[in-house]
Design a protein around this ligand. Structure first.
Ligand code: F6P
Length: 545
């Protein structure tokens, strides 16, 4: 296997380290003063989204150097490689073709596209059938509720889309069960009627413990309510690559929709994995969602590096992660409907790029991605924003801001927008010691106390952030937003020389989980763990007495 270049070996890495050092001592407000075109020029538009990155700790020279680094990492060839089906997932020997799931034509990939189109037709049938009240349960009652049972990529994407597009909700309510904690399924089923509920067992592998355990509970619930084994076909669908396991589990083969090994779980919301959200918002809206993603694919494929939004977001990630040592990236959607977006992005980015070796297996000598976290604005303002403004951690932040609301409450929404802009600006300008001092005197604090307190009120500012706006959160803009971060994640993987499409690191925990369950249930009397785990198992056993 040809060795992939590691980031630290790229021409220009050293220069950028020096530039970052100089930039960390510069002032972004001063950059605005020196460069009147900055606010306008440091923006990009694509697929209904506008990115303002003018508040980033970056001048034109550093930007050009980052672009040169990207060229050296062959990032200019990366979009074509991904979109044309090159084997970018080298450790599993396959392409990563999530973009095909939202495509309407794909030269060279016609066979795969035909399979995708046939799956889309079946999704549409189910979405229409349920939304027109034509699908009946075992007692001939109309199905009113759908429960998606899945975890990770088989849960986070469809759950996000369903919640984010609530204003587009059709007649069927969709619910999500993911956790193996019995409280999750118990709470969900409490509010539902078996006669009017349909389950979608969503699992690419059909081997995931959480999903299979919860599906058995759902099955029992249905049988206990009077459904016969034969009736289960009216109440269970499966989305999987593993048809054999799904049918063995008892799901009618006719009710199984396909997944493909060339789509990663965390990139799969566009496939039948998204059936629950397609049902929730209706097929036409789901098609708009696909079209939004496809518009971002086109931008990614065609825009030059300097104008390419996923590329730019990725280079900012690399800039802070590798040249400033930032270990965090914060996502703040100022839209309640997007409150799950940070959760979704955690899997997308950290399962993709949380890797310690390059594509050829050589250890990397630099960070490969920050910890991503965040929450819907304005909630964080009253909890963790203190750290953003005055803490010692550098936390580059993306604000996401739909400019209009679906609620009709425009005046209240204005407050939300004002808060978003205020937080972004506060991160930029901070407050000098002199201003802090003066403001204390203005409040009537005496001179000595003002002197004492001023350092506590002063804020450094210069805290990098971007603002991504859109006219409104619609199926199309949501599709574009998700595809934007998918491509950003891939671009960062290319820059770091790693494979963003495998996830070997989650396997060992699953294996050890099976072993520990065997010990706890008494089936495995031979294995021992470590002294600390053994003690905790004994503690658990005592608690059961
Ligand atoms: O545990 C991680 C993971 O393997 C994810 O990559 C995946 O999205 C999730 O589990 C669920 O997997 P499946 O769809 O096969 O049930």
């Amino acid at each position: 296997m040809a060795a992939t270049s590691l980031l630290s070996q790229l021409h220009g890495f050293g220069t950028l380290s020096d530039m970052a050092l100089a930039m960390s001592e510069s002032s972004v407000p001063a950059l605005f003063e020196d460069d009147p075109a900055r606010a306008e020029d440091f923006t990009l538009e694509a697929a209904g989204l506008k990115l303002d990155y003018s508040k980033q700790l970056l001048d034109r020279e550093a930007l050009a150097a980052l672009m040169a680094l990207a060229r050296d990492a062959k990032l200019d060839k990366a979009a074509t490689a991904l979109l044309s089906g090159t084997e970018v997932n080298n450790t599993e020997g396959r392409p990563a073709l999530h973009s095909l799931l939202r495509a309407t034509n794909a030269p060279g990939l016609e066979d795969k596209l035909a399979e995708v189109e046939s799956s889309r037709a079946r999704m549409r049938e189910w979405a229409d059938r349920l939304n027109t009240g034509k699908h009946l349960g075992f007692s001939d009652a109309v199905i009113t509720d759908v429960v998606n049972i899945g975890i990770g990529g088989s849960d986070l994407g469809p759950r996000l889309v369903t919640e984010a597009l609530r204003p587009f909700q059709g007649s069927v309510a969709c619910h999500y069960v993911a956790n193996v904690d019995p409280a999750d399924i118990q709470d969900t089923l409490l509010g539902l009627n078996p006669e009017t509920t349909l389950f979608i067992v969503c699992s690419k592998s059909f081997r995931t413990e959480e999903t299979l355990t919860n599906s058995l509970v759902a099955r029992e619930w249905m049988l206990n309510a009077g459904a016969t084994e034969a009736d289960l076909a009216k109440h269970f669908l499966a989305i999987t690559t593993n048809l054999e396991a799904a049918t063995e589990f008892g799901i009618d083969a006719a009710n199984c929709l396909p997944m493909w090994d060339w789509v990663g779980g965390r990139y799969s919301v566009w496939s039948a994995v998204g059936l629950s959200c397609a049902i929730a918002v209706g097929w036409d809206n789901f098609e708009q969602f696909l079209a939004g993603g496809a518009a971002m694919d086109q931008h990614f494929a065609e825009a030059p590096l300097e104008q390419n939004m996923p590329v730019l977001l990725s280079l900012l990630e690399v800039w802070y992660c590798n040249f400033f040592g930032a270990g965090n990236h914060v996502i703040l959607p100022y839209d309640n409907a997007l409150q799950r977006f940070p959760d979704f992005l955690q899997q997308l980015t950290m399962e993709s790029n949380g890797k310690g070796v390059g594509k050829s297996g050589q250890p990397v000598d630099y960070a490969t991605g920050p910890v991503l976290w965040g929450s819907a604005g304005t909630m964080g303002q009253h909890s963790f924003h203190q750290l953003l403004h005055q803490g010692t951690e550098l936390c580059p932040t993306d604000f996401i801001l739909p400019l209009t609301t679906h609620t009709g409450m425009t005046e209240q929404h204005r407050r939300l927008v004002a808060n978003c802009l205020a937080q972004s600006r506060t991160m930029l300008v901070g407050r000098t010691l002199e201003d802090a001092h003066a403001s204390l005197l203005n409040r009537g604090v005496d001179e000595a106390r003002a002197e004492e307190l001023a350092p506590h009120l002063a804020m450094p500012g210069n805290r990098p952030n971007s603002v991504i706006t859109m006219q409104a959160l619609t199926p199309a803009t949501l599709g574009a937003l998700i595809a934007l971060y998918e491509h950003r994640t891939y671009c960062s993987g290319v820059m770091w020389g790693i494979n963003p499409f495998d996830q070997w690191g989650v396997e060992l925990g699953k294996e050890i989980g099976v072993q520990i369950l065997g010990i706890m249930s008494g089936e495995d009397t031979d294995s021992a763990t470590d002294p600390a785990t053994d003690r905790l198992i004994r503690e658990w056993a005592l608690a059961q007495e």
